[in-house]
Design a protein around this ligand. Structure first.
Ligand SMILES: [Zn+2]
Length: 53
């Protein structure tokens, strides 16, 4: 989880990798490590804008 500023409205966007992703990374280790190559998605609380960081 993390916070970034929204590129659209400069509001607070939260997101990142959820617990579920880490769960699969661990149980599918080492194959699950490829999941870490996926970009975490962030969503702005103010305007709803979603983006990958
Ligand atoms: Zn925004």
């Amino acid at each position: 989880m993390g916070q970034l500023s929204c590129p659209s409205c400069k509001g607070i966007a939260t997101g990142g990798r959820g617990c579920l992703v880490w769960f699969f990374v661990i149980i599918l280790f080492p194959i699950g490590l490829v999941l870490l190559l996926l970009k975490p998605t962030y969503r702005c609380k103010s305007c709803g804008y979603t983006f990958k960081a």
